[in-house]
Design a protein around this ligand. Sequence first.
Ligand code: SF4
Length: 572
Amino acid sequence: MSEKTKIIVARHAGFCPGVKKAIDMALELARNRKQPIYTLGPLIHNRQVIETLEEKNIKAINDISQIKDSNSILVIRAHGIPQSEEEKLRATSMEIIDATCPLVKKVHSNIFDYSQKGYETIIVGDKDHTEVIGLMSYAKDICHIISGPDEAKKLPFIKKANIVAQTTQEETIFNACVEVLRDKTDELIISNTICAPTKERQKETIEFAKDCDLIIVVGGRNSANTQRLFKICSKITKEAIHIEKDDELPSDALNNRRNVFITAGASTPNWMIEKVLEKVRDLSKKEKSFLAEKLTFLGKLFVTGSLYTAISAMALTYICMKLESVEMDIRLIILSGLFVASLHIINRMEEKGSVVPDSAQKFLFIRFKSAVKLIGILFGIVSIIISAFFGIKIFILTALFWLAGIFYPYKTLAGLNKFPDFPASKDIVTAFGWSFVCAGLPAIDGETLIYKSTQLAVLFALLLVFMRSVLLGISNVHNDMIVGNENFYKAAGPKLTYLIVSLIFIFVEIVLITLFNMGWKEVLVRTMFFGLFYYMVVMALFFFKKIPERISSETIIDFQFIFLGLLAFIAA
Ligand code: SF4
């Protein structure tokens, strides 16, 4: 086994926009509607995701006769369905939600328009694939399905033909068919309808595959596009392996490999690719010491178990106390760490079903679930007990905020899901919780809340935590974790999110300039002003899609408070 194994992960691997949009639509329905939700066929060829969707009341069926409740909602998946079938569905009393990918719809229109003009349709694709069955229905004249140039040769001479491709078709096959048909038609309209995400995926695979001695293709065995990707890889590289999950990777797979390329089909979530990457790294470093392995795992537990976040919260409290010029009280710093850790642990535990857990999540939230939950509650109780030392007002406020935070993940059970589920609710609730405990409590205790400088410090904390939460949300979406509109990035979309976060950054800097101009803690404020550029670096990384996997993302994002805390300490 070579120590110098180079591992490259495809930039275009993972959920395509069409699949992602369909899943988001279904999840949004599950969150806001009470009726049963069905999808005609699975939304995605990935068992773990299907199970998670089922937990969220979204069931895949093969035939509408399986639906007993006429009040149900039926989602048409990204591949689309035949026109006649759609008409039949719309004639029922069910609510039909069309999640057909816009790029598939474009092919529908293309076929319909040309067939109206008298062109015969030739589809290069798999005749049994749902998308192709749907495409055929839009041809008003003769429609031929061919899988490749050999079948193209068998077609009769056609006067006017429009050749289209299944959106996930291999481009070389499509082009080969076109070449054959040039001589078999009087007029040939070439409609290369392979979608852009597929083209990019294939282009990238071909580019990297040449120099690799192993390609690992991750994706469902019944996913047509993953199979096609695997076929492409098998043709151009020494060895290609198709796996569905990380544990399918043979232990000797990395033997004598120098260049390994990992790619995935359109229905493979990024977190599965990350798990495969983790496994590949493990296999390529068998010599990794026992101690190093244990330390890595402990690091993961530290971050996943919210202890790292607790340190960040304590650092933010320290900064706020300095900014508010209140007397440093270690009890308030400890209180904030315990309070934040408690809420994060409990909330995370309830989010467990949203992704297939990694080793740290399995350990904390499955194997030792009860113990960890107890620790989370104990942290909260201890923080409330500490708050009692600061008087009845602080005690009541801390208890109320803590109860509200604990209640957040159980809102659906209490029938209050509409109330806190407004767009970005999670980021807003988190920001208020942190700013209360990190900035509000020291200010209330020090009786400085009436001062403009303190109010600005509270605003500073509120906005910083909101930005932190949004960045974490971006990381979660990037890693294809199932999140909904309570996540700002999901609710607002990428452009608006980056715009708002940039504006908040500018605003926070203005807050600091205002404090500086007020002559308030000039050295500290100036240090914070420059320290905040750490955010800009993280934001730029995220904007240019250099988003690492979940634990690294969280480590980088939460480090901002530790970094600012250290700067504040030096500046003090
Ligand atoms: S593969 Fe392309 S056409 Fe098909 S759902 Fe994904 S983005 Fe849409």
